[in-house]
Design a protein around this ligand. Sequence first.
Ligand SMILES: Cc1ncc(C[n+]2csc(CCOP(=O)(O)OP(=O)(O)O)c2C)c(N)n1
Ligand SMILES: [Mg+2]
Length: 579
Amino acid sequence: MTTTASNRPGGRMTGGRALAEMLGLHGVGPMFGMGGFQLLPFYEAVRALGLRHYLINDERCGAFASDAYARVTNRPGVCDGTLGPGATNLVTPLVESLNAGVAMVAITGDSHRLHSWKNMTQESRQLDILRPAVKEVIRIEMAERIPELTRRAFAVATSGRAGPVVLDVPEDVCHAQLDFAPDAFWVDPATLQFPARRTRPAADDVARAGALLARAKRPLILAGGGVHLSAAAPALAAFAEKFSIPVAHTLSGKGAIACTHPLAVGLFGRYSRFANDLMERADCLLVIGCKLGEIATKRYTLPAGSVPLIHLDIFPEEFGRTTRAEVSLWGDAQAGIADLDAALGGKPIARADYRREIDERRQAWLAEAIKRLRSDERPIDMARMIDALNRQLPADGILVADGGFAAHWAGLFYDTKAPGRGFVADRGLASIGYGLPGALGAQLAAPNSPVVGITGDGGLNMVIGEIETARRVGANFTLMVVNNAASGYVKALQHAMYGAGNYQSSDLVETNYADVAKAFGCRGIRVEDPADLEGAIATGIKERDLPTIVDVVVTRDPARMLPAADNRALQVKAGDRPV
Ligand SMILES: Cc1ncc(C[n+]2csc(CCOP(=O)(O)OP(=O)(O)O)c2C)c(N)n1
Ligand SMILES: [Mg+2]
């Protein structure tokens, strides 16, 4: 069953072709998936139309790669999985996108409706399984409705708080041949990126927030990932600069202002440079695009209840969930920042003393941290590895961090050099295994930028087959492997909770990932001496003919694995986690 290439949709075609035509009209970026019989006409149409689609070795990774593509471009990511195991493999990454507010369209093949529920091979209750993982499930029951419902998938994915949508295509709908009217094929241009449309907070709420901020002597902005979802980083940086308000960030909010900006005070929450201290002494907190979840609030102990708090968010259900707000601003981050700017009257505020204090606190923090950042230890100190990244990654570089230690260490010590999404971490669900496919998606999203992923060895083991994908598709990023021969975060917590030597199921066998990389036909560099770190990263960034894997042998001492903490001095409260 072949279809002829055409850039003018309409006429007789398969359902799969109609779907591919609609994706083409939506200008989708690289798609990732693994085929099966149900979606074959779609794959054939993708081929005929010349759309970019890549075979992935695990559907989880296809959706992770699309998610990273979406975060870097603010355009919806697209992935697919076949009936049954393909569809169920999408659960974890789709929950990531759901929790993180990332627009995705995930196409699933489904059983032929003439035979469904007759134990067709691979059949499962896949929509029941996927439903709570996504913003919306759209099942196409009539092939005639493919253009309309594809359009609807993009509309739902990109509107309000963005999120993932499953577009479920039964086999007979995909394989059907029918006549489509050309005027069925149109797109709503607003839905080609997210947020599709921007809403503004109510004017009287903005006025009250403006009055609170105007009175404040020590205001502090707490920026979450919503700043990036709204593409609000440049606006936020300008706002902070104009009114001399320091900016602290969550893991997802890194880059809301360049980390090298004098008003950037780094991570707040579970791990902090000095932002938590500033939070304690603030007299007004402006929270932007942040859910104030467990890690941001250090298990609901921050901020102190007495500080007046303004909460700007697109998702009103988050107001008051963990933290009481004095003023809740329901709206888009970028639009809300513009409104607050106007409410403050447009006159810059200098706050010279406050700025000086921030500089002093930064210097004091650095004086302590420098020992780790410049450590010559072998095995290598994680902080030294991040320091090397700080030196080697340029302003347009993108660092993608996996769910283990990588995200926390990089969140704490890595410095972006420009406002924007220079740091991508899967904090929606914090699965391990995002680092490699995330770097793949980010590299295809920003082909001219150096992309570096950091992954744990455990996270890499989970998805190692995607090294083959990266090489095949020419995604020539650099991947740093935090090689501690352990499920390190777990081992460090076991050490803190149960004492030295009491480890269970948290050790990995020593593996040379540089050799693994070479076996996959990629460049592999093993680094055991910290002095070699920068050269290895520089090689990865410069030599763009192949993906480069830098296997970094880091500390194996579980007492020294947690970011910025020496566990020997750690206080462990009964019934609670150590950090
Ligand atoms: C899919 C998944 N399973 C389990 C966890 C819990 N977890 C958090 S960190 C971690 C250790 C991961 O080991 P590795 O990737 O080697 O990173 P490391 O902490 O050693 O740097 C685990 C298992 C998780 N985040 N995701
Ligand atoms: Mg590890």
